[in-house]
Each structure stands twice: as C-alpha cells, then as structure tokens.
Design a protein around this ligand. Sequence first.
Ligand code: B12
Length: 296
Amino acid sequence: MNEQKIQDIVATVLAQLGEKDVSPAAVTKVVDAQVTQQSNNSNESLPDLGDKCFKKWNGIRDAADSKVIDDLMSQTDARVGTGRTGPRPRTTALLRFLADHSRSKDTVIKNVESSWLQERNLLEVQSCAADKDVYLTRPDLGRKLNDDAKMLIRDNCKKSPQVQVVLSDGLSLDAVTVNHDEILPPLINGLKNAGLDVGTPFFLRYGRVKAQDEIGMLLDAEVNLLLIGERPGLGQSESLSCYAIYKPTDKTVESDRTVISNIHAGGTPPVEAAAVIVDLVKTMLAQKASGINLKR
Ligand code: B12
C-alpha cells in the first residue's frame, strides 16, 4: 500500500470521527492534544506510550478535585484514574492498555539472544522443549533437560558445590535481560563473600521451575537457586523470581521450594534481592531445609 493510500484511509477515518477540514495529504500524525501537552515529546513524532506521563495519566475530566485522583494514582501501579468517554475507555487509556498487553506478549514470546549470553560469559543449555511454541504448550518438557544439556552441564560445571545458580528465561525475556546485571554478579559475589562454595552459573533456555531438581541432582549441589522470568502481568513484564531448593530428589514437591518473587525495579530491586537470597541460602544451609520445612 503506498503512502497516498494510507493518507486517504486516515483522512476518511478521521472524517468519520467528526474531524473537519482534513485534507488527505495533511495527516502526518495523530496526537491527543492534552497528552502532548503533558509529555515533553517534541511534535515531530507520535508520543511514546511507554513514557512516564502515560503510565500515570490522569484521564478523569471534570473531577470534583483532581488532586484526590492524582493522590490515588501515586499510591498504586494499578490501572486507575484512566477516565472514560460515556461507557468507553478514553483513547489514550485504551492505547496504553494495548501497549502494555503487547509488551507482555512480546516478553513471553521473544528469545534471549545467544550473543547476549556469550557477552556475559554464560554457558547456554536447553530443556527438552525444542522451541518457544513447544515450551508454551508443553510445560512438562520445560521441566526436563535435553541430552546435550546434561552433557554440557557435566562437562563444564563444578561438581558438588554448596550453591548452584541457574538463570532461565521462563516466561519473560525482559526479566532476564533487564535484571541480569544487577542480580547475577552481586548474588555470586555475595555468596562467595559469605564464604560459600559456588558452582558455575549457567543459562537454561525454555526452563520451568521443576528443572532445578534435575540440575541439583546432576551436580550434587546442596542448594539450587533458579532465577527465572515470571509470567508477566499487564503493568509489569520484567519481574524475576528466585526459586530455591535444598538437596532436591525425585520425590521433591512444590512445597519443598522457597520462592522470592517480584524482583524488579518497582518491586524488590534486584541488588536488594541478591542480599535477601544470600541470607536465605545461609539459613537453608544451616537448617538443611527449604520450603515449608524451613523456619524463617
Ligand atoms: C502461575 C502461578 C501459580 C500457579 C502455578 C501453576 C503453573 N504450573 O504455572 C498456581 C495457580 C497453581 C499457583 C499456586 C500457588 N501460588 Co502462585 N503464582 C503464580 C504466578 C502468577 C506466576 C509464577 C511464574 O510465572 N513462575 C515461573 C514459571 C516459569 O514457573 P513454572 O515452572 O511454569 O510453574 C511453577 C511455578 O509457577 C511454581 N509456583 C507458583 N506459585 C508458587 C508458589 C510457591 C510458594 C512456590 C514454592 C512455587 C510456586 O509452581 C509451578 C509448578 O512448578 C506467581 C506470581 C509471580 N509474581 O511470580 C504466583 C506466586 C509465585 N504464587 C504464590 C503463592 C502464595 C501460591 C500458593 C501458595 C497459593 C496458595 N495459597 O495455594 C500456591 C502454591 C503452589 C505451589 N506450587 O506450591 C505467591 C508466592 C509468594 C511468596 N513469595 O511466597 C506468588 C508470588 C503470587 C503472590 N504475589 O502472592 N501459583
């Protein structure tokens, strides 16, 4: 479709929406005037829906006291104060919702690049899920290591460490790429500084939580820590969890695990989480337990 045709369609739609005097070639951008004023964007392009001013956009017109709405919005990340036009959401609120939804979907579907892992010196292994589609539709395959993975882990990782740390994409690419630098190096350093024997960290592609049991058994690690991307929500797509287990076996069940969740800049910040995890590991080692058997 050529540029002119696109312009014609835009002009027709705008005319149907009641915009007058729209000549076909004149439409180069569609910007909500009120929002443009709030954002610091120049008028040269469409506003970025990821901007802070959109995340905290007070869309309620004619509020008796708009400060009350601002105050409410400042206290939660929930989608409040977005206003409405009759029974419908306002355009900016709807676009913002769609933008969040797209980002959440993207972060589940996209893959961590191997080059990104190489730059960080992380060995890469894979579960039995052959690709993302299989991973999403067959959780059971994400819980097992493929044969190459078992070999690579055996050949490259330290045996019988006190603590083994594994990073996995799980359900969020962003959780891994956004938080890595502020959680993995500080965590490894923190564990070492606590005098613990730390194994070789590596990356598990298409991993599910239960895969940490097989890894723990394979390496005979006392504690296994799995940093894994959480299922994203609409307001948050870069949240990481740390699942921790003491000496997993074939008989391990979920309640044997401890989880520290919501690790991201707006939740437990990654650096702070690293410190919390080091403390958790010390307690696990002292009590030789995790999950509901751990007294904290
Ligand atoms: C999906 C989910 C579930 C699903 C898991 C099913 C599945 N197969 O995915 C269901 C509905 C069963 C569930 C149940 C529970 N969950 Co839940 N769950 C989540 C959620 C929304 C996403 C987890 C995720 O993305 N994991 C990563 C993917 C890759 O993992 P996975 O391998 O596909 O699935 C495993 C994990 O999800 C794990 N899991 C899920 N929840 C929990 C909770 C605990 C305590 C443990 C150890 C493991 C665990 O079990 C799955 C099977 O191995 C998180 C929210 C969050 N912000 O993380 C809460 C969350 C992890 N769950 C939570 C809780 C409290 C529970 C329950 C204890 C609730 C209850 N009272 O029954 C149970 C415990 C279940 C268990 N496994 O022992 C809390 C944990 C709080 C904490 N820090 O201890 C969270 C953080 C929600 C919250 N904000 O309160 N959960």
